[in-house]
Each structure stands twice: as C-alpha cells, then as structure tokens.
Ligand binder design. Structure first.
Ligand code: ADP
Ligand code: MG
Length: 679
C-alpha cells in the first residue's frame, strides 16, 4: 500500500471516472490527497450586523411564506425565499435552480449560504444548508472541478483516501525546519487543507502547504547545484586561448566591456573542472549571440562539440545562418536540427553528430530527443532559456559526458525573485548595449488612428526602413474580435500600394516558406512583414526600424518588451507603435509602462506588480516556474524562507544522508520530482 497506488483502488473509481480524474492531474491516491481546494465557504451562522456588503455568509432563519418561481428571459428562473432572521426579513434569491422551490415551506427553519447585499437586505443564494445536521463542517472546501468530477464525489474520494492512506503520508520538510517556522506535519496539513474546523486551521494548513511546495522546488535546485559543484564533477575544457583571441579579432565589431567580462567568466568556468551551470542575462539586443559563438568556438578548439538550443525554428534558422557564415573561414562544421528535418536528412545529421564530424549544432527541442547522441558534447547553450524548464535543461545536460551548461535570457526577473527560477545557477550579466544604439521611441495610439500608422509605415519604407507589424492571431476567428494576420496583411497591401512590398509570416506556414520570407526580410527585399508572435524572441534584423503591435494590450509586458526588442538593433533610430483600445486597467497600465521605459529590468518589475496570481501564461513568459499553491510575488516571504532553509540544509547534508532527511530524499527521487511539476 503506497500513495503511488492508482486512484482506481478507491471505491467507485472505474475506468471512466479515472479518466475524468486524470484530466485534473489526479492519477494516484497521493495526487488526490494533495489536490487542494482553492477556497472555503464559511458555513458558520453569522449575525447580519457584522456582515459587510458583498461578503459571503451563512444565515439561518424562518421561512416567511412558500416560495414562488418566476421566469424571465428564455430558460431563466428565479426562486425568491423570504427568510426572517432575527427581526429582519431577508430576500434570498436563487437563480436557475427552480427545483429549490420544493425545499422551502412556510414556517420552516432554513439555513442558506450566499452573497450578502447590505443595502437591500437581500442575498444571492449559493447553497442550501442542512439545519439539523450538527456534524456538517462549518467550513466547506471548494475544489477546481470538471464536467465529470463533481464536488461531492471528489470530497468522498478524498475522505476515503485519507482514512485508508493517511498514515502513509510522510513529512518531506525536515522536522527541525518545520518546528522553526511552526509548520504542520504533512498528514495534519492534508487533513486541515481538506477538512478544517476553523479558518485558523485552514490558514495554517495553507501556509504549510505553500512552504512545502516552495521547499521541494528549492531543494531540487539545491540538489542540482551541489551535485554540480562537487569537486571534479564537471568537465575541463582546455581551450586554445590564442586561436580564440584571433577569432575575436576578426569580428566586424569590438566587443563591449560587458561582453568581454562575461566571456571571461564563462571561459574560466569552462577551463575549470567544476561543472558550469551559468545564466547569462542581458537585455534584448545586448549581444548574447556573439558571446555564445565565442564560447562554442572555445569548446571546439579543445576538440569538444557545442550545442545551441532555441525555442523556435525561425530562431534556429537565423542562428544557423549567422554562425555558418561566421565560421566559414575556419575548420568548424556547423549543423542544424529541427523537427521539420526530413527522415533521410535527419539520419545524416544525427550520424555526423554521433561521429564527431559536426562541431557545432543548432536546434530546437529536436535536440533533446532520445535518439540524438553526441560524440563529445562539451558545452550546451540554451538561448531564450525562460522558454524552457529545469527539466529540459537537465535533459540537454545529460547528452554529453557532463557538458558545461550556459543558459541565456533577455527577460531578467527582479533580483529578489531570480533565486526562485535560477537558484541553482551562477549568473553573468551584460549590463551595457553596444555603442551607438538609440533608445526605441515608443508611442501608443488608438485603433481608429491606424490610417496614420499606415502612412508612417509607408514613409518608413520609402526612406529604406523596414517594419514589423505584429498581430495576435493568424486567421479571422468568430469568437474574438482581434486583429488577425491575414486580414491585416490584405488591408496593408491595399493601403501601402504597389511600391511597398508586404509579406506575411506565421507559425502554421511550412518551414521552407518561413525561411524564405525571413531570408528575404533580412536581406531587405521585403519592406513590411506582417507576423504573429513567431518572431517574438531572438530575431535579429538590424535594418528593421519600426515595430507596430496591434491589439498590444493583449500581450503581456515581457512579451511586448521582447517584441519591441526586434527593432533598434542597429545604429538607425527606431520606433515602436502600440495600437490598442485597452478595456482593462491592466491593459492601460501596460501601455503606460511600455511608453515610459526601455529598461528590461524595470519592465520585468512592473510586470510582476501588475500580474494577478494565476496568470500562468504571463508567468511562463518571464521564466518563473508555475507553482500550484504559492504565488512567488504574494508569498515572497515564504519563498525566501524556503530558499534559505533548503540552501542551509544542503550545506550541512549535501547527500541527504541524515535520518531526518530521508523523506525529503525519497520525495526528490526522479518520479516524485516529475509529479511535483518541477519540469
Ligand atoms: P540578443 O542579446 O538580444 O540576443 P543579439 O546577440 O542578437 O542580441 O545582438 C543584437 C545585434 O547586435 C546583432 O545584430 C549583433 O550583431 C549586434 N552586436 C552584438 N554585439 C555587438 C557589439 N559589441 N557592437 C556592435 N554590434 C553588436
Ligand atoms: Mg538573442
């Protein structure tokens, strides 16, 4: 008997129900025990005086008269119940539950839970409670549900699981840490998360559960870090400094001081036997690619292979073109692997990689597939690393002997939070842009001013500049009235006339088509590129001078900053025009942030401030892991405590040998880590 037993061991769970549960992420008994409610309804009776408008409360009283059902609109109903509570008669309305009429009769005692409207002494009913049942809990846990998994069934399942398996729950946070922060043991935590008797119990359980979640994540990062920093855990790459220097001297520009500094930091790591696990951060356009190229070349001079993994095919192709050209005069063989490689081509690419014929490979996720083998991978670089998770970094790392890992990102998150996402890494920062860059002028206009924007695009084209026009969607959709790439493309072609060449690019196009268009745009043969966010990250066309983002309020700040970073990469002045009619305060704030700063750190900070909890899409954009319970911003104190505790624990007992740490050790085993969503 163990928590990893399949959920079907519980009564009433057949194949069909198991499927419904799996859709909620519940596969095992352990999963259901740790499937937590997102709120509690307070079913304890309240007196009306203390209730504030809009509060959800429970009231108890005498039904004044038999209720009636009234109908309004097609298929809509309302049951009104007048309930005398002390001296007040409260009108309780239940919408669209006509059957409730038969549950209430004049003079009967009744208890209901609902939303209190103080000014009208009325309530929108949410549920009917039993009055005589003294056993029923005073706090009811409310869970995220689905079509096939209902509240009552789920609660029954959790009860049964807890009765039968409760004793199997072991506490993963070591006792000393739990005592220090006054946290519950895991068994108690689970019990009180689901069945609290008081709000205090629920609160304590929640705090303990959040700590537990953060702690497991931080412990995993610490485990990686300690494994990596063990003496001789890594690979020494004795690169040829003279060849490296002469390569750098052939570049068409002088490296910035910041670039020189980070190249030195990275190269020192590579030469040492210590394993490198380093994050290179630098704002959009700060020149990370050339740093990557230099370090990869260093590895090649020591007869190692290097890999560069990127999130999109467009970016893979662009890096490939650049590096191919850069290394053309040298005996360095550069190759590319994406998921669109044809079987025969793919086999040849893999064979060259396995034999050591290929020195440098650039690719997408295709690089971390099972059948990809390297002869001697020495350096693995991950570009736009915020698009990948800890798990994917680990897979790429497992491809070589023990390759050094460099992760690059332009989305710096505030320092206080960096430790969460990158706690296991050392950090190098490029804090300077190449000389001669002019800040991108950003303005915000309304949609009805698009005609003027089109005129600006036209004059830009006439003076030799190039424009990106970004839209949120590919094709017209009935549901959402957003600008879409195809109709914007058609519209712009008409507005701009025959002298301006306009092209369309989106993710659903064939790879070759995408490549052809990007190549033509880079070569200046296209004036205006209408595109979806496939060009969001990494794309580098120094002659592009104007970025127009339609429905800009629909994008997150991190994404807007990335998009804007596609222009202003050369010496010409560049502009960014946000076209939007935002309907929310957040949308308006985003426009204000974008027009007031060009600094990625400031944008990231504002992004976190504006972002509501549970905005998973936004979280992904900035490289924060998704936590199920904890909010890294709102619960920062807990996060910080968890991080410190985990770090201290691993300093004292890096291999988790102490008796107190055995439960944690088991929890951090591969399957448990995957189950905890740490990928
Ligand atoms: P990012 O850091 O956003 O990945 P890139 O590496 O794509 O930026 O570099 C942006 C542009 O700046 C490229 O066109 C690149 O050739 C150029 N660049 C990089 N370093 C320098 C430098 N030291 N001086 C001038 N231009 C540079
Ligand atoms: Mg880049």
């Amino acid at each position: 008997m163990s928590l990893s037993d399949p959920i079907t061991v519980l009564s009433g769970v057949g194949a069909k129900r198991a499927e419904g549960l799996e859709a909620l992420g519940i596969k095992t008994v352990g999963d259901v025990l740790f499937y937590f409610p997102f709120r509690y309804d307070d079913l304890q009776e309240r007196d009306l005086e203390s209730a504030v408008d809009g509060e959800k409360i429970t009231i108890k009283g005498t039904v004044v008269a038999d209720p009636v059902v009234s109908r309004f609109g097609p298929r809509k109903t309302r049951v009104n119940i007048r309930l005398r509570v002390e001296n007040v008669v409260v009108m309780v309305t239940f919408f669209n539950q006509p059957w409730l009429k038969d549950k209430f009769h004049a003079d009967q005692q009744a208890a209901v839970y609902g939303k209190w409207e103080a000014s009208r002494a009325s309530m929108v009913g949410m549920r009917v409670l039993a009055t005589q049942d003294e056993d029923s809990p005073s706090l009811a846990a409310i869970y995220p549900l689905s079509q096939s998994v209902h509240q009552k069934f789920l609660v029954g399942l959790i009860k049964e699981a807890f009765e039968k398996y409760g004793d199997q729950i072991e506490s993963v946070v070591p006792a000393a840490i739990r005592t220090h922060f006054r946290l519950l043991e895991d068994k108690q935590l689970v019990a009180w998360m689901h069945f609290p008797e008081t709000p205090q119990q629920a609160q304590l359980a929640r705090r303990s559960a959040i700590f537990r979640e953060f702690f497991l994540f931080e412990a995993k990062l610490q485990m990686i870090k300690h494994r990596d920093t063990a003496p001789a855990a890594g690979l020494s790459i004795p690169f040829d400094n003279e060849r490296l220097k002469s390569f750098i001297s052939t570049l068409s520009f002088e490296l910035t001081n910041a670039q020189k500094r980070v190249v030195n930091e990275i190269c020192a790591d590579m030469r040492s036997e210590r394993h490198m696990n380093r994050l290179l951060q630098g704002d959009v356009g700060s020149g990370k690619t050339i740093v990557a190229a230099i370090c990869m070349y260093a590895a090649v001079t020591a007869n190692f292979q290097a890999a560069l993994m990127v999130p999109t095919e467009v970016l893979a192709e662009q890096h490939y073109q650049k590096l191919h050209k850069l290394f053309e005069p040298l005996p360095v063989h550069v190759s590319i692997l994406t998921s669109s490689a044809k079987p025969a081509g793919r086999r040849a690419i893999l064979a060259d990689l396995a034999s050591g014929e290929t020195d440098i490979i650039i690719g997408t996720h295709a690089l971390i597939q099972k059948d990809v083998n390297f002869a001697n991978l020495g350096l693995a670089i991950i570009d736009e690393q915020h698009r990948f998770g800890v798990g994917q970094r680990e897979i790429l790392r497992s491809k070589g002997l023990k390759p050094d890992v460099l992760a690059m990102t332009a989305t710096p998150i505030p320092r206080t939070l960096a430790i969460t996402a990158y706690g296991e890494m050392d950090v190098s920062t490029i804090d300077e842009l190449p000389a001669g860059r002019k800040p991108v002028q950003t303005t915000w206009v309304h949609k009805n001013e698009f005609g003027r924007v089109a005129d600006q695009i036209k004059s830009e084209a006439h003076t030799g500049g190039q424009t990106f026009v970004i839209t949120p969607l590919i094709a017209e959709s009935e549901k959402v009235d957003l600008q879409n790439a195809e109709s914007v493309f058609a519209d712009l072609k008409q507005r701009l006339g025959a002298n301006v060449s306009v092209a369309l690019l989106h993710g659903q196009m064939k790879t070759e088509e995408k490549e052809d268009i990007m190549t033509a745009f880079s070569a200046g043969k296209i004036d205006v590129l209408v595109s979806t966010t496939v060009i969001e990250v990494g794309v580098d066309v120094p002659n592009a001078t104007m970025m127009v983002i339609l429905d800009a309020d629909r994008f997150g700040l991190a994404q807007l900053h990335q998009l804007r970073g596609r222009v202003g990469r050369g010496s010409k002045a560049a502009r960014c025009i946000l076209v939007a009619d935002p309907s929310t305060d957040t949308g308006i704030s985003r426009m204000d942030v974008m027009t007031s700063t060009n600094d990625g750190f400031v944008v990231a900070q504002k992004d976190l401030e504006l972002r509501g909890q549970g905005d998973i899409f936004g979280a992904k954009q900035s490289g924060m892991p998704d936590f199920r319970l904890g909010d890294p911003v709102g619960d920062f104190n807990i996060l910080d405590a968890a991080q410190r505790s985990a770090s201290e624990l691993f300093t004292l007992d890096p291999d988790l040998n102490q008796a107190d740490n055995q439960a944690l050790r088991r929890a951090l085993s591969a399957t448990a880590v995957a189950a905890a969503g740490l990928n």
